[in-house]
Design a protein around this ligand. Structure first.
Ligand SMILES: [Zn+2]
Length: 308
């Protein structure tokens, strides 16, 4: 059986069991595709929402393992938050189709697309999906730019208020609190990275582009030849040459990327490999968006500082 067939069969059984059901303890049931979006939803929704993330913090957001339980979760949702820009193209559409929930249908107030209102980077002029590029609508890893996160949180508050007008004032107040904290943290992160303006770094996937743009770092290469395409020996040879020529000594990787490949490159370039997950919860000490960014910025600043 294909994955789609399995999901369809499971959906028929599980959705019948689930029914429509009342919201848990009167709270808005919010489902986010990834833990970073879920963390933001908790900040904005506070006590009025019950938030679930579909992807695990250690899973590649492009390639999440779709499970029948995800269909039940989506069937019961009042709100769905997705990254958009085809981040979830490989796994979300069949789950949604099987969840049969009009509240979270495309265009409904219960459907939030994080990329709406975000200034997308790397939008290609021609569609290149045939070659395996998973960023054919532009780069969807925009959550590590705090400026984007401000826009996305506001979008969430607006949708939450539409779906749940009784708590509109709460969402507004929570958003104001969140913005204040974000502004203060953003200033801290800028200060931490300011000494390393123009520093050259390498990443595994094109997933640090927004961070580099915001904090003025230079990404000289990616280990993947194209987003979603595994590194080839010929491409890695080129990466090593570029790193040595440009003096790039830091390689950033995420939990689901091939650390061995990164280490092989690091050995030939006198570089360090940094594990800097972009999802809250990937490490025990980084359960929120703020913790995750704190860890990311501090780890990067420390490594760059050691090389000065
Ligand atoms: Zn990607």
């Amino acid at each position: 059986m294909t994955q789609r067939t399995v999901l369809t069969a499971a959906a028929v059984a599980l959705v019948a069991l689930a029914g429509t059901g009342a919201s848990f303890a009167g709270k808005l049931r919010v489902v986010a595709t990834t833990p970073d979006l879920a963390s933001l939803a908790r900040e904005v929704g506070g006590d009025a929402v019950d938030v679930t993330a579909l992807a695990k913090p250690t899973e590649d957001p492009h390639f999440v393992d779709a499970k029948p339980s995800h269909i039940v979760t989506l069937n019961r949702a009042d709100v769905l938050i997705e990254g958009g820009a085809e981040l979830e193209l490989g796994w979300l559409p069949p789950l949604l189709e099987n969840s049969r929930n009009t509240k979270i249908a495309s265009g409904a107030p219960g459907r939030i697309v994080a990329s709406d209102g975000v200034r997308m980077l790397e939008v290609p002029t021609t569609f290149d999906r045939s070659k395996g590029d998973v960023h054919s609508l532009g780069n969807p890893h925009f959550m590590i730019d705090p400026v984007n996160v401000r826009t996305i949180a506001a979008n969430m508050a607006e949708h939450f208020a539409q779906v749940d007008p009784a708590s509109a004032a709460l969402y507004k107040a929570n958003l104001a609190k969140f913005d204040t904290k974000l502004d203060a943290k953003f200033a801290e992160w800028q200060k931490q990275l300011e000494p390393y303006r123009g520093a050259r770094i390498v990443t595994y996937h094109k997933d640090f582009v927004y961070l580099a743009e915001r904090f003025k770092l230079e990404i000289v290469e990616e280990l993947e030849p194209k987003p979603g395409i595994a590194p080839s020996p010929s491409h890695l040879a080129k990466v090593i040459e570029t790193m040595n020529a440009k003096g790039a000594r830091v390689i950033l990787v995420q939990p689901y990327q091939n650390r061995k490949t990164a280490e092989t490159v690091a050995r030939q370039t006198f570089a360090v490999v940094l594990d800097v997950p972009q999802q809250p919860g990937a490490r025990n000490d980084t359960q929120t968006y703020f913790d995750m960014m704190d860890y990311l910025v501090t780890t990067l600043a420390t490594a760059l500082g050691a090389q000065k």
